[in-house]
Ligand binder design. Structure first.
Ligand code: URA
Length: 233
């Protein structure tokens, strides 16, 4: 009987972890699980809420014809490290959470290798809806979402901004830069009031196709770890 209950509990814990719920085991049924709610100041919460609503209101965007959900962000809005990917894929579209598919599993491992996780980073994408057939967003689409992404960065106000892959690099640093040259270097940049140190590294989906490049990503991850120690994050 005990064994049966334990197995059931383990399955439930796995399920709630999978759907990104933080299980709080407690005798009161109402408290058995709670979403990871980070206590953020009213102002920041309001600004994020407003930003999400404005993205919801974007018109004439082809993504919205097929996308099931907006994929706004995941992680801790109080985090000092913000991560920007490219675009949601099918798993992200279904769940409304960035990086929950295979690339997300690798991202979680990359973060764990430098003692980070979704409770101490904040994650979003260049565009907030799944592009049809998982194609790369066009320049016009990137530019449509860019003011919202910049606002998002301003609101979160990270000390370290990690750009995953060339779409995030080109959107936020410039089209003239190539990832092979830009990665592994700190780039200082300001978004509104937010002064931040940017580092570009390879996108986990690229690393799955080109595992030999993981050694370069590891160099970038160690740079993040060092910066985080220096900044006492
Ligand atoms: N790839 C991305 O760039 N973002 C996601 O959210 C998932 C996969």
């Amino acid at each position: 009987m005990i064994k049966k209950t334990n197995n059931k509990s383990i399955k439930l814990i796995k399920f709630y972890n999978f759907i990104n719920y933080n299980l709080i085991y407690n005798n009161k049924a109402i408290n058995r699980y709670k979403k990871d709610v980070f206590q953020i100041s009213g102002n920041k919460a309001d600004k994020l809420d407003k930003l999400k609503k404005s993205i919801n209101n974007i018109k004439n965007c082809e993504f919205k014809k097929n996308a099931k959900n907006i994929v706004f962000a995941d992680g801790n809005p109080k985090a000092k490290i913000m991560i920007v990917g490219e675009a949601p894929g099918s798993n992200e579209d279904l769940e409304g959470i960035p990086f929950v598919g295979r690339a997300g599993a690798l991202l979680d491992k990359m973060l764990a290798s430098i003692d980070l996780n979704r409770r101490n980073v904040y994650i979003t994408n260049v565009v907030n809806y799944r592009p049809p057939d998982n194609r790369r967003p066009t320049e016009e689409e990137i530019n449509r979402y860019l003011p919202y992404l910049k606002k998002h960065i301003e609101i979160i106000n990270p000390k370290i901004l990690v750009l995953l892959g060339s779409t995030a690099l080109n959107a936020l640093v410039g089209n003239e830069v190539v990832i092979s040259k830009a990665r592994g270097k700190w780039i200082e940049k300001q978004f509104g009031e937010c002064k931040t140190s940017i580092i570009v590294t390879f996108h986990p989906a690229f690393l799955m196709r080109q595992p030999a490049q993981k050694k370069m990503a590891w160099i970038d991850l160690k740079m993040i770890r060092e910066k985080k120690t220096n900044l006492k994050i």
